[in-house]
Write a protein that binds this ligand. Structure first.
Ligand SMILES: Cc1ncc(COP(=O)(O)O)c(C=O)c1O
Length: 405
């Protein structure tokens, strides 16, 4: 493959950082993880951060922290990766899908229509790194009619007194909504550091807390951290470094902590992250130059006023093109040794969710976005020559299928 889709940025600095941890004698959760959490809190501007082994774990722990269970509903976009909805099922609750707008993100009006007295959580997803309309979402959740209809059942739910805004920010680390970074827009925001994400720790994720009073973000973060380690009152590092071997089990917790090896990678990535964002921004700008004036394409939203994307995915749409034509174009691009991708097959089209009774006909916005979408490569090591090859390959593939300009 001349142009892979999304290789990680691994260089000597990453290798040295990982080797340093391996040589240190402490390889699981310890000082590197704590340091990474502090740096993430500073970078995003949130109040506290907990690092975990994935965003999926972060989303599930966040739902469990809020006390989600059978009978509860969580509003999730139909147009997202399975993790967003699967974690709701794990908790025994019901995902209620809503349709998306022309920017791929969930539509706040559709959220309002989907709220019932059973709704406990709204989970917006910043698709491709482009922030959802958080102002509109917060306004919906704070409407007197919506707030008053909320029926709290746990301590956390009583403390908040309304539906939780839990951002699936798996794609949007570093994105800015109306002048403020993602991590400060929702009550809790969950980032992914999976291998294909902008900032990677191979596998990994983080939950950023930005809860309103009366919550003490540090105390709630500590509670979530305990949940991530079998409910142990002290982790292995603190047991080793302070007298006394005793510990207690406070609850039947889970096992999804981040290791110091992962955090060491993350710290290197974070230090140079703004440079990476700038490179990604320039790549998107070049794609816009190539495609924006051409009636065959709809280019994605990645900047508007004082909001910008994390430039994670360049989600191009082919106008007046069917799903099968789009697939044929992708096959021709691959034949030119350029990897592209599709984000996402809407969840109501997936076997499990289809069998559970969801029907894609109820989500026309999600289907339209999916059927003609092609994600183009965006990453730090994508050279200008590689990018020109991507553009030429796509144009060539369109010509091959009779879709000339
Ligand atoms: C929208 C979305 N949410 C959640 C996740 C889960 O992230 P992780 O792989 O870190 O669990 C992904 C992963 O790609 C994603 O795309």
């Amino acid at each position: 493959m001349k142009v892979p889709f999304s290789p990680p940025r691994i260089d000597e600095r990453t290798l040295e950082a990982v080797a340093g941890v391996l040589r240190s004698g402490w390889i699981t959760t310890g000082p590197q993880v704590r340091h990474f959490e502090e740096r993430l809190t500073e970078y995003t501007g949130c109040r506290a951060t907990v690092c975990l082994n994935s965003a999926s774990a972060g989303l599930e722990l966040a739902l469990r922290w809020f006390g989600l269970g059978p009978g509860d509903e969580v509003i999730v976009p139909a147009y997202t990766y399975a993790a967003s909805a699967n974690v709701v099922i794990h908790c025994g609750a019901t995902p209620v899908f809503v349709d998306s707008g022309p920017d791929f993100n969930l539509d706040p009006e559709a959220v309002l229509r989907a709220i019932t007295p059973r709704t406990k959580v709204v989970m917006p997803v910043d698709i491709g790194g482009w922030p959802c309309d958080y102002e509109a979402l917060r306004e919906v959740l704070n409407r007197p009619g919506v707030r008053d209809a909320f029926v709290p059942a746990t301590e956390a739910q009583r403390g908040l007194g309304r539906i939780l805004l839990l951002a699936d920010a798996a794609h949007s680390f570093g994105a800015v909504y109306k002048g403020k970074r993602i991590g400060t827009q929702a009550d809790l925001s969950v980032f992914s550091f999976h291998a294909v994400k902008n900032l990677t720790t191979a596998e990994g994720g983080a939950v950023c807390f930005h809860l309103p009073p009366p919550f003490d973000a540090q105390a709630e973060a500590a509670r979530l951290r305990t949940k991530s380690l079998h409910g142990q009152s002290r982790d292995a590092f603190s047991k080793m470094n302070s007298p006394g071997w005793r510990y207690d089990i406070l609850e039947p917790g889970y096992k999804c902590n981040m290791t110091d090896i992962q955090a060491a990678m993350g710290l290197v990535e974070l230090e140079r992250y703004d440079e990476q964002l700038e490179k990604r921004r320039r790549i998107m700008h070049r794609y816009d130059e190539a495609f924006a004036g051409d009636p065959r394409f709809t280019t994605p939203c990645w900047k508007d006023g004082d909001s910008h994307s994390s430039y994670h995915l360049y989600m191009l749409r082919l106008n007046n093109t069917s799903e099968s034509q789009r697939d044929a174009v992708i096959a021709s691009v691959f034949a030119r040794e350029v990897a592209v991708n599709v984000h996402f097959v809407p969840l109501p089209m997936m076997t499990y969710y289809r069998n559970a009774g969801y029907d894609i006909k109820d989500y026309p916005g999600a289907y339209q976005s999916y059927a003609c979408e092609i994600s183009l490569p965006v990453y730090y090591d994508l050279s200008p020559e590689m990018q020109e090859l991507v553009i030429a390959s796509l144009m060539g593939a369109l010509n091959e299928h009779g879709l000339q300009g």
